[in-house]
Design a protein around this ligand. Structure first.
Ligand code: PEP
Ligand code: MG
Length: 572
């Protein structure tokens, strides 16, 4: 019997998949480059194939309309737009008239667009490269009369294994006829990944050489939350994961009740759950999550994922789209938190001995004023299109906020002088995530419109422990009494100044901490979209008085282990 083995890939879509491997090999799309038939015959082959393609897309769109597939519809519409694009048609005919076959001609045109889109700094555009790739595959299938992979034999015990999942194949799957998907290539934010998440199909991508490690029908397990993959696991592992899957599905059913509901404690105190986002790609997940707003949009990733400097206009368009998608919900966009582990690898960035103590967050922005002003102007302009608040990262001093506000005023004057419309009265708040900001949160509340507690960094800076250093990671814990006291102090100072206070670090979504944060008076919890419903469920299980009892007990404890143990003992 084949030996058991364990592998690690990218955790793409939550859930557990257990079943037999169903391998889908991409068919060989070999074609001749040069025409042997007449030019007219080749043109009519191409035109017929294009018409067949349009018919297929039309049918797919009709089918997709009855399913909860906003993303897939967008992808199909994207492919349909490529097929309808007159320049794609004309350019292809041009190449056919130069002697290429229909396959070679449309292949060349598609490759040109794929390379163009892949180089674009905007993620949404670079994702378009996948749409064109998918279009190319489909039209070549039609031209070569090759049927697309047959997935009709898939059933709820099948785990689909393929080199790279195309969005169109992803769209044909359903969580009723498949246990999960494992691929060798592909990223977390590709369209296929987005579709699998919206279909709630567990998936792990990027498992090295999986195609050669697995055979048809091998029993496999995948954990879409961790990226673990087991091939031919032993009985103990199978039982363990069957149990995990059962509990996961049971909890998920339970949480569904909370979709679209208000966030309330058991004694009816209203709180807010917001989402953390890192790119525009997260917008559909935010909308689907029924969160009450966006508590943190990490704009540094726009810079980090971009191959060229981000222009003001380019940023304006991105912020505008996000605000329009959020409708009237509040959206907190954080100015770039560059530096430390999110360093721009350019000549602008000097090597630092202690980057977490160095030019990071607001320090970096204030030292790169032109770049900062471009972002502030983009935000001011986008503010017209929704309910925007600006947030500043890594604040330590009153002066940093003061200086930024002066810069915002300067940006407003520039925009006014150029007759460019902008939002006059945007709230400007701060991340409270450094020891300094926590200690002087009473002072900072006088110059900030709101606070958001960055518990990830706060734990690191309060405990003097680098959050990325595995040797001290245990010290970097929110359960440490020093960190908890600091959080409580920040919330008290915000309340004394009557400004809103939220938390956008990972601790906001930790169900062990829910009663403590309720007792401290936290009003807004910002978490990843996948945690919204489970947190809403956790909050509904506590009344404020019960939460205060928990806080009373925790305030008497001396160590993080005691805190964690106690919180586990009262978890609901
Ligand atoms: C934090 O520090 O808690 C936070 C939300 O910011 P980031 O994780 O982006 O540093
Ligand atoms: Mg932070």
């Amino acid at each position: 019997m084949k030996k058991s083995s364990k592998h690690l890939g990218i955790a793409v879509s939550n859930g557990y998949g257990l079943g037999n491997a169903y391998i889908v090999n991409e068919p060989d799309l070999f074609f001749e480059e040069k025409r042997t038939t007449s030019k007219d015959a080749e043109i009519s082959r191409f035109s017929n194939a294009l018409n067949d393609f349009k018919k297929q897309i039309h049918d797919d769109l009709n089918e997709a309309e009855n399913l909860p597939l906003g993303d897939e519809i967008k992808i199909l519409e994207g492919q349909s737009a490529i097929a309808d694009d007159p320049s794609v048609y004309e350019d292809t005919l041009g190449l056919i008239s130069k002697g290429l076959t229909a396959e070679a001609a449309i292949g060349t045109i598609c490759d040109k667009y794929i390379s163009l889109f892949s180089q674009m700094e905007d993620k949404i555009f670079s994702q378009r490269a996948f749409d064109v790739k998918d279009f190319k595959t489909r039209i070549l299938h039609i031209l070569l009369s090759i049927t697309e992979p047959d997935i009709s034999a898939l059933n709820e015990k099948s785990v689909l294994i393929t080199k790279e999942l195309t969005p169109s194949l992803a769209g044909k799957l359903s969580n009723k006829n498949i246990a999960g998907v494992i691929t060798q290539a592909g990223g977390k934010n590709g369209h296929a990944a987005i579709i699998l998440r919206s279909l709630e199909i567990p998936a792990v991508f990027g498992v090295d050489d999986i195609i050669n490690k697995i055979a048809e029908n091998d029993y496999v397990i995948l954990d879409g939350g961790t990226g673990d993959v087991f091939i031919m696991p032993d009985a103990l592992t199978i039982n363990e994961y069957n149990e995990k899957k059962y509990l996961y599905l049971q909890e998920k059913e339970e949480y569904k009740k909370f979709a679209g509901k208000e966030t309330k404690t058991s004694d009816n105190v209203s709180l807010k759950i917001y989402c953390n986002m890192e790119s525009e790609v997260d917008v559909p997940a935010f909308i689907q999550s029924s969160a009450e707003g966006v508590g943190l949009f990490r704009t540094e990733f726009l810079y980090l994922n971009s191959s060229s400097p981000l222009s003001e206009d380019h940023q304006f368009e991105i912020y505008k789209r996000i605000l329009l998608a959020a409708k009237d919900k509040e959206v907190i966009i954080r100015t770039a938190d560059l530096g430390a582990d999110k360093s721009l690898d350019t000549a602008l960035t000097k090597k630092e001995n202690n980057p977490f103590m160095g030019q990071r967050g607001i320090r970096y922005s204030l030292n790169h004023k032109e770049m900062f002003k471009a972002q502030l102007k983009a935000l001011l302009r986008a503010g017209i299109y929704g309910n925007l608040k600006i947030m500043l990262p890594l604040i330590c001093t009153y002066d940093e906020v003061f200086e930024t506000k002066a810069l915002i005023l300067e940006c407003k004057n520039t925009l006014s002088s150029q007759n460019i419309p902008y939002k006059e009265d945007l709230s400007v708040g701060i991340m409270v995530e450094t020891a300094a900001a926590s200690v002087i949160s009473d002072i900072l509340s006088g110059i900030s419109d709101f606070f958001s507690i960055g518990s990830n960094d706060l734990a690191g800076y309060i405990m003097s422990a680098d959050r990325t250093n595995p040797y001290v990671s245990d010290l970097c814990s929110v359960y440490e009494p020093a960190v908890l006291r600091s959080i409580k102090n920040i919330i008290i100072n915000a309340k004394n100044a009557d400004i809103p206070v939220g938390m956008c670090g990972e601790a906001a979504g930790d169900p062990l901490l829910t009663p403590l944060l309720i007792a401290y008076g936290l009003e807004e919890f910002s978490v990843s979209p996948t945690k919204v419903l489970s947190l809403r469920a956790a909050i509904s299980k506590w009344s404020v008085n019960e939460a205060k009892e928990v806080e009373k007990m925790v305030s008497k404890l001396n160590t993080r282990d005691e805190v964690e143990k106690y919180l586990k003992s009262v978890k609901r």
